[in-house]
Write a protein that binds this ligand. Structure first.
Ligand SMILES: C[S@@+](CC[C@H](N)C(=O)[O-])C[C@H]1O[C@@H](n2cnc3c(N)ncnc32)[C@H](O)[C@@H]1O
Length: 212
């Protein structure tokens, strides 16, 4: 079953639990503090919930690349973007775990040519879905420009006074195909200098921001 097919793409923005999960997105985007002209990669961009902030942050001279495996999710982004003139937005359909997803061909080579890479890489609620997160992480580090910033937002088991929400959290992760035990922000903690760390809803939403 393709979890991120056309039905999910059409309903995602309403059913994805933004009242709960939006806080992680907002914390990460604020901490990334995008500047005009920067180049940003959104890994597993989905229907583009981060994109309005990213586009505003980098301005008309920047570049925002949304990478996602699902053509249907990317079609939603295209539909939302259609009324606007957004030459700085590029969408790449591909598997973030494939080592060459941004390295070769028309799909991505142009974004990382000349060793320039991305100033910012963001992954919100996507790394915990990946079959081979280490491969995707290696790509993120490879395309990250010197001094670049990375934000990872993902999910863990809620504990403490929010522990009672665990069955709901497990259901949400199961429906979305996320492995709630994956804890992909550990990769950022392992390989980058952490500049921001937040936990919300009893630890269910985890946010890490780092630089190298
Ligand atoms: C839960 S959604 C998150 C979307 C978005 N980042 C957000 O914050 O709303 C996960 C997204 O990851 C994408 N995805 C899953 N596996 C992927 C892979 N191997 N490569 C690229 N994208 C992938 C899905 O198609 C889906 O759009």
């Amino acid at each position: 079953m393709d979890r991120y097919g056309s039905l999910t793409a059409r309903t995602y923005d309403v059913l994805s639990g933004e009242p709960v999960y939006g806080v992680g997105r907002r914390l990460a985007l604020a901490a990334l503090d995008l500047r005009p002209g920067e180049r940003v990669l959104d890994v597993g961009c989905g229907t583009g919930l981060n994109l309005p902030w990213l586009l505003r942050g980098v301005g008309p001279d920047g570049l925002v690349v949304g990478l996602d495996r699902s053509p249907a999710m990317l079609d939603r982004v295209r539909a939302k973007a259609a009324p606007h003139r957004l030459p700085q937005l590029r969408l790449v359909q591909g598997d973030a775990c494939a080592p060459d997803v941004l390295a070769t061909g028309a799909a991505g080579g142009e974004f990382v040519s000349g060793g320039v890479g991305f100033d910012v890489v963001l992954a919100t609620y996507s790394l915990s879905l990946l079959a081979d997160v280490e491969s995707a992480w290696a790509t993120i580090l490879r395309v990250l420009a010197p001094g670049g910033r990375v934000a990872v937002v993902d999910m863990a088991r809620p504990t403490g006074r929010w522990g009672w929400t665990w069955p709901l959290a497990r259901l949400a992760c199961g429906l979305g195909g996320a492995d709630i035990e994956a804890h992909p922000w550990r990769l950022l903690e392992r390989d980058l200098r952490v500049t921001g760390s937040w936990s919300r809803w009893g630890g269910h939403v985890q946010v890490r921001v780092g630089t190298r």
